[in-house]
Design a protein around this ligand. Structure first.
Ligand code: SF4
Ligand code: SF4
Length: 455
């Protein structure tokens, strides 16, 4: 037997010993005595004297939680197989569809370049035919809806969703109509009911702070504020939709104010009914290059994320993220996932729609696939195991090289775009544990799915 290379041992704020394994996602709490025994077992697992039932059981738990491995198991091989088989598994087809790039907001950091394009009837029909062909041999189709503001094109969503459902039913394929990313302004109770009838029961809505801050950063196209209407909508639709996620885009300009949003969420009766997560504003494309100066550096952002999570805990919000082991990073690195722009161009990454130079094909023009082949190859040839720092990194199972869009643009070829876990894994786990202690009944709120707890 041998110890895992992905073990982390650390103490929670209250002095409890915690153990985390990044490959299994297992988290264990250990008494002083157990902690000492575990350390001894992991130091010499083959010569340790397992002279009681309790010690044998402890060894079994360590094996189950992935802290201890049977002889000859190479964890890097496990990860490689998991990563490559998941990325190159063609059986699920996943589409993120942008029915329009039009938007009723003028967010200060928008990266879509304010293009006024909506999917034409011809492109919609082309997309339906594309799905008909692409679903040959697949087991499932998942769609998600994004924009622009996708609710400006609700009829297009309804049409496409209906056609996809017919195709999947005829072929015996499982269809998940998925979730929608919306600014929330048009997400009234009636619209939510319509979405629900279509099977779209998850909405992600962005709020950037309390009213004054949000309205300055995410105004309507006419310059007016959007906060009050979004909050009113959310308090109505939280009873209709299954899940509402609030994303809080964070940079230097709102960092000190975002926690005030939690008070507003409480005032609107949404506490415990929505999940909330913080995200770093990034100047990915030329369209948002002007905001680069207000973006936080990685370490600054992750320090802030810990402060905000701790502040949330003090207000009774359990916002800690859990470091879930990944199979692949995002849809961009999966062979059968595409982002569909309103002009019919296919992309791999959410940052690219509106920029045909980065397309990997077109729904109704097969010649475009040949023309864009180098773009497809770029995404699919990306492989975190070719980066030597990543191969040696203890965070590899939860990071997997970070965002490929950024990783492909890095000057260094020795590592990927280190994910936030590089900077705050232990701090976040301590907060996750503290959140469970303070509010065990609400542990699911704000927590990423997955991650076994083994003791
Ligand atoms: S490559 Fe990066 S930016 Fe693009 S979809 Fe993946 S995580 Fe998002
Ligand atoms: S990108 Fe950075 S944190 Fe992620 S696995 Fe590679 S070296 Fe580790």
């Amino acid at each position: 037997m041998q110890p895992s290379r992905y073990n982390f041992f650390f103490d929670a704020e209250n002095g409890t010993h915690l153990a985390f394994n990044a490959l299994s996602g297992g988290l264990a709490t250990l008494t002083e005595e157990k902690h000492r025994q575990v350390q001894e077992i992991l130091r010499s697992p083959n010569s340790y004297r397992y002279d009681s039932q309790a010690k044998l059981e402890l060894r079994e738990k360590l094996l189950q939680g992935g802290f201890l491995l049977r002889e000859g198991v190479d964890e890097l091989d496990i990860l490689k197989v998991r990563y490559r088989s998941s990325r190159f598994n063609p059986r699920p087809l996943k589409l993120t569809i942008l029915p329009t790039l039009r938007c009723n907001f003028r967010c200060i950091y928008c990266y879509e370049g304010r293009k006024n394009i909506t999917m034409s009837r011809e492109i919609q029909r082309g997309l339906v035919e594309f799905v008909r062909k692409k679903t040959e041999g697949v087991e499932s189709l998942t769609t998600s809806w994004y924009g622009g503001e996708p609710l400006l094109a609700l009829d297009i969503i309804a049409y496409l969703r209906g056609e996809f459902a017919k195709i999947c039913e005829a072929k015996g394929i499982k269809y998940s109509p998925g979730g929608i990313v919306t600014n929330g302004y048009l997400l009234t109770r009636d619209v939510a009911k319509r979405l629900k009838e279509m099977g779209i029961e998850t909405a992600q809505v962005t709020l950037d702070g309390p009213r004054e801050v949000h309205d300055q950063r995410r105004p309507l196209a006419n310059g007016r504020g959007s906060f009050d209407r979004i909050m009113e909508n959310l308090s109505q639709v939280s009873k209709v939709l299954k899940q509402i996620q609030i994303r809080v885009n964070t940079d230097r300009n709102n960092a000190d104010r975002v926690l005030e949003l939690l008070d507003a969420i409480e005032d609107y009766g949404l506490k415990g009914k929505v999940s909330i997560y913080f995200a770093k504003v990034m100047a990915h494309t030329e369209a948002c290059a002007s905001i680069a100066g207000s973006c936080l550096r990685d370490q600054e952002y992750t320090d802030l994320e810990l402060r905000l999570t701790k502040g949330g805990l003090e207000k009774g919000f359990n916002l800690a993220k859990y470091p879930r082991p990944k199979f692949h990073y995002c849809e961009a690195d999966h062979v059968n996932s595409f982002v569909v722009g309103p002009s019919g161009y296919l992309y791999k990454c959410w940052s690219d729609p509106g920029n045909p130079d980065e397309a990997v094909g077109h729904v109704s023009d097969p010649t475009k696939y040949e023309e864009k082949k180098r773009n497809v190859l770029k995404w699919l040839a990306w492989d975190v195991f070719e980066r030597e720092e990543c191969r040696e990194c203890k965070l590899l199972p939860v990071c997997l090289g970070g965002c490929p869009y950024v990783g492909l643009r890095l000057e260094t070829r020795t590592r990927g775009a280190c994910d936030n876990w590089r900077y705050n894994l232990l701090g976040m786990l301590k907060l996750y544990y503290a959140g469970r202690l303070s509010n065990p009944l609400r542990q699911g709120v704000g927590r990423a799915k997955g991650g076994k707890e083994v003791a």
